[in-house]
Structures are given as C-alpha cells and as structure tokens.
Design a protein around this ligand. Structure first.
Ligand SMILES: Nc1ncnc2c1ncn2[C@@H]1O[C@H](COP(=O)(O)OP(=O)(O)O)[C@@H](O)[C@H]1O
Ligand SMILES: O=C(O)C1=C[C@@H](OP(=O)(O)O)[C@@H](O)[C@H](O)C1
Ligand SMILES: [Mg+2]
Length: 232
C-alpha cells in the first residue's frame, strides 16, 4: 500500500465523555468484547461514519476508534488543517461551500489510501459520487438520528458551528430544525448508500426507551459494531 502523506499525525483527542475509561464499565466491556468479534474480519478497512450534522459522527467516531484499536480522523479537521483555518464555518465564510466540498473530496481521497482509521465525515460528504468512490474502499455506517434530536443537539452547541444553518431566521432550535429538514429531504437517499445503518429509533425500541435523547454515544458505537458485524 503506497504511504499516503497525511500532513499531521492523529492523536485521538478525547474529551472526558469520549474516553473508553470514562464510559460506564458495562458499556466499555461490551464495546471491547464486540470489537474482538469483528476485528478479524475488518482486514484493516477504514470505517466511515456518515450522517446529518449533529448525528454524533465525531463523538461516536472517537469512541469507536478506541474500541476497535483504530486511529481516528475527522475529515472536517483534515480540511481545516489543510487550508489553515480554525473552523469549517470560517472556511465557508472566506472561501465558500464549493471550495470546502473540493477540499473535502481531497481529504477523502487521501484517506482512501490508509488503513485502520475510523473517519468521521462531514454531513454533506454523501452528496458527491467521487466521495462514495473513496468511502467504498472501506465500510460506511449511517448514523440515522431523528431531526428533532439533531436540532436539539445543534441548538445546544449553537448554530454558528454549522455554516449551512446560519442564514435561517428564528430561535436556534426552530432554524436548525427547518434547515435540517430541507437538507435531509435532499440527502436521505444518499445516506441510504451506506454499507450499514444505525437507527437511534431502533435502539430506543430495543431498549424500551420512549425517545432517543438518552441513548449514549457508547450505545451507538456498540450498535455500529453490531451492524458492521452483520455485513462482514
Ligand atoms: N448520543 C448523543 N447524545 C446526546 N448528545 C450527543 C450524542 N452524540 C453527540 N452528541 C452531541 O451532539 C453534538 C454533535 O455531535 P458531533 O459528534 O459533533 O456530531 P457530527 O460530527 O455528526 O456533527 C455535540 O454537541 C455532541 O456532544
Ligand atoms: O452537512 C453538511 O453539509 C456539513 C456538515 C459539517 O460537518 P458535521 O456533520 O460534522 O457537522 C461540515 O462538514 C460542514 O458544516 C457541512
Ligand atoms: Mg462532525
């Protein structure tokens, strides 16, 4: 495999909630045990998390990478470092979305040549066929989260973090929900191309939860491993 020059080394930057040691004991144990079940069949293929903004790709990706002893990469971070900006929002403001999409594709092209990475993609990575060509060399997993939950999470962190939401009017939740609904309508068929799907509504049903708000990132990582196991 030709060595790909990725202009930085990744250290899995884990905040408190994204470190296996800080998960509930049973979650960490289940993650480790389930990871051992699939590891021999992964053959080092990268795992690409796809899904709408706010679906937890970056958060779950860090946990999943540690569980399966993979490195972690967030394609947005790769683009920010490549361009020399601090945030994607800043990049959109200076260079625009088309420039961002070209850089996003270049990042995925670079990543298509490495192994043993969990890659958290940006929510719009699914809209370009050339990105699917890159991700097709690995295993893609769609984190399918209800729009209300996406809007709640993004409102909690502030819509300024997502440049595609900033021009909407109204309170943070309403403008996030409105724009996310439009984007999902445009993209859901693209997300369905993923190798596997993690539905938070299905997890809630399995656990007897009334909604998805209490499903932790670790539970989602566990379900992702289960769904990957079904397609190996
Ligand atoms: N399972 C979860 N439950 C509650 N909040 C979550 C969960 N997963 C992620 N979050 C929160 O939602 C926001 C978006 O998560 P992030 O990982 O950045 O998603 P993405 O990379 O898909 O946009 C963050 O504030 C994160 O802390
Ligand atoms: O949905 C999108 O088009 C985008 C999602 C963002 O990533 P996250 O999904 O990690 O928020 C980031 O790539 C950019 O703001 C565009
Ligand atoms: Mg992200």
């Amino acid at each position: 495999m030709a060595s790909i020059n990725i202009p930085f080394t990744f250290v899995v930057s884990t905040s408190e909630s994204e470190n296996l040691q800080d998960l509930l004991d049973d979650e960490a144990l289940i993650l480790k045990n389930k990871s051992h079940e699939i590891e021999p069949y992964l053959n080092g293929r990268c795992i690409y998390l796809v899904g709408m903004m706010g679906s937890g790709k970056t958060t779950v990706g860090k946990i999943l990478s540690q569980a399966i002893d993979y490195s972690f990469c967030d394609s947005d971070t790769l683009v920010e470092q490549d361009v020399g900006v601090t945030t994607v929002a800043e990049l959109f403001q200076i260079y625009g979305e088309d420039f961002f999409r070209d850089k996003e594709t270049k990042a995925l092209e670079k990543l298509s040549g490495v192994h043993r990475y969990v890659v958290s993609t940006g929510g719009g990575a699914v809209i370009r066929d050339e990105n699917w060509t890159c991700m097709g060399k690995g295993i893609s997993v769609w984190l399918d989260v209800p729009l209300e939950e996406l809007a709640r999470r993004i409102a909690a962190v502030g819509t300024k973090t997502r440049p595609l939401l900033v021009n909407e009017q109204g309170d943070a939740y309403t403008k996030a929900f409105r724009r996310l609904s439009d984007l999902f309508e445009q993209r859901y068929k693209a997300y369905e191309n993923a190798s596997a799907r993690v539905s938070l509504e299905n997890i809630a049903a399995k656990l007897g939860y009334i909604d998805v708000s209490n499903i932790t990132p670790a539970m989602i990582a566990i379900e992702a491993i289960e769904q990957i196991g079904h397609i190996l």
